[in-house]
Write a new protein. Sequence first.
Length: 118
Amino acid sequence: MSFIHFTIGEFACKCGCGANRIDEELVRRLDWIRAAYYPWTLNVSSGYRCAARDRAVGGNGNHPTGLAADLIVSKGARLRDFILACHAAGIPRIVLYHNLPHVHVDMVPNRPEGIYIR
Ligand SMILES: [Zn+2]
Ligand SMILES: [Zn+2]
């Protein structure tokens, strides 16, 4: 599968192990968001993480499923547009952080759906 904006390589584990089991459907939806709905920069700060990397950064197992990504999204109106686009694209879970610059999105099954602030 090829994408307009993203490459699968952008979602590889950043620990240096080179592993990348990112889910292509997640990337497809993010690509659609960026192409159709959010025509601004969307940098991947974390995509797939191996289990060791996830532990090292205090993750809770979402990224090792390949169904989660962290993105740098502009705040204000653009953040609103991004969230609306996530809903339109069928991305069920969004987490915003008070003290971290990225927005977490995931499609991990059997987790509560909605927008969360941590
Ligand atoms: Zn790794
Ligand atoms: Zn995340």
